[in-house]
Design a binder for this molecule. Structure first.
Ligand SMILES: Nc1ncnc2c1ncn2[C@@H]1O[C@H](COP(=O)(O)OP(=O)(O)O)[C@@H](O)[C@H]1O
Ligand SMILES: [Mg+2]
Length: 248
C-alpha cells in the first residue's frame, strides 16, 4: 500500500524526448526517450560513450531544452517555465553532483555547502543548519571549517555530495560521478550514494560506465544510440524515509 503510493510519486518524466544538435554535422543525440523516475529510485543510465547519457541528464535536469517531446520535473513542464521560473525550479527541486567537485577554494566546507542555499534565498540560519546536517551525513562534521585545499580528494567529493543533499532536492543527478576518482574513493562514493538512497530515500539518476555502480543500482537503464533499449528494476527502490529534520 505504502509501496504503491510511493511508486506513483513521479519526480521526473520524459515523454518522447528528442534532442538534435544543430551541426554541421547535425547530430540526433536522443531519438524519442520515454522515462519515469519515481521518488526513492536509484537508477543508473548505462551505455557506451556517445550513446546520449550526458544529453539525457542535461535535458532531464532542465539544463538543455529538448528539440521535441516534454520534460516534467516534479510534475512541472519545464518548457512552460520562464527562464527565471526554470532557474528557481532547478534550485529547489534538483541537484547535480559534478565530476570536478566545483568547490570554491576560498570558502570552507560548510560555506561551500550552504552557498547554493543562500543563493536561492534560504535564511542564513536555515542554510547553516542544513549545511551542518548534510556534512554530518557524509561524515565530515569535523572538517566543516576546513578549506578545500586542506581536504583530501575523497573528502572534497563528499563536500560536493553534502552540497547536493543540503538542498533537499527531489532528485539528485550525477554524470559519471566516479570517472575521475581512484578506486578507493570511487567505492566510497558509490556506498555513500547507496546509503543515502537506502536510509534516507534520496532519489538518484546517475550515468555510468562503472560496473560497481551498475551492480549497486536498483534500476538499470540501458541506452544505445539515443534510445533506451532496456529498463530493468533489479530490486525495489527504497521507500522515502527522510528523517524529520531533513524534511522541507
Ligand atoms: N553540445 C553538443 N553539440 C553537438 N553534438 C553533441 C553535443 N553534445 C553531445 N553531442 C553528440 O551527441 C551524442 C551523444 O553525446 P553524449 O550525450 O555526450 O553521450 P555520452 O554521455 O553517452 O558519451 C554524441 O554523438 C555527441 O558527439
Ligand atoms: Mg557523457
Amino acid at each position: 500500500m505504502a509501496l504503491n503510493s510511493h511508486r506513483s510519486n513521479t519526480v521526473l518524466e520524459l515523454q518522447g524526448v528528442k534532442k538534435t544538435y544543430a551541426g554541421p554535422p547535425e547530430v540526433q543525440a536522443l531519438h524519442g526517450v520515454d522515462l519515469k523516475i519515481h521518488s526513492g529510485d536509484f537508477a543508473a543510465i548505462i551505455g557506451p560513450s556517445g550513446s546520449g547519457k550526458s544529453t539525457l541528464l542535461n535535458v532531464a535536469s532542465g539544463l538543455e531544452m529538448p528539440s521535441q517531446g516534454r520534460v516534467f520535473l516534479t510534475g512541472i513542464d519545464v518548457a512552460e517555465q520562464t527562464h527565471q521560473q526554470l532557474t528557481e525550479l532547478r534550485r529547489h527541486k534538483l541537484s547535480f553532483v559534478f565530476q570536478s567537485f566545483n568547490l570554491f577554494p576560498v570558502l570552507s566546507a560548510v560555506e561551500n555547502v550552504e552557498y547554493p542555499l543562500l543563493i536561492r534565498g534560504d535564511r542564513a540560519a536555515d542554510a547553516r543548519q542544513a549545511a551542518t546536517e548534510a556534512l554530518a551525513l557524509v561524515g565530515l562534521s569535523e572538517r566543516a571549517g576546513h578549506l578545500p585545499s586542506k581536504l583530501s580528494g575523497g573528502q572534497q567529493q563528499r563536500v560536493a555530495v553534502a552540497r547536493a543533499i543540503a538542498m533537499k532536492p527531489a532528485i539528485i543527478f550525477a554524470d559519471e560521478p566516479t570517472a575521475n576518482l581512484d578506486s578507493r574513493n570511487a567505492l566510497q562514493l558509490i556506498e555513500l550514494f547507496v546509503t543515502l538512497n537506502a536510509e534516507l530515500g534520496m532519489t538518484f539518476l546517475l550515468s555510468t560506465h562503472d560496473h560497481r555502480i551498475v551492480d549497486r543500482a536498483a534500476r538499470r537503464i540501458q541506452i544505445e544510440d539515443g534510445r533506451i533499449i532496456e529498463d530493468v528494476v533489479v530490486r525495489e527502490g527504497t521507500l522515502p524515509q527522510f528523517p524529520k529534520e531533513l524534511q522541507t
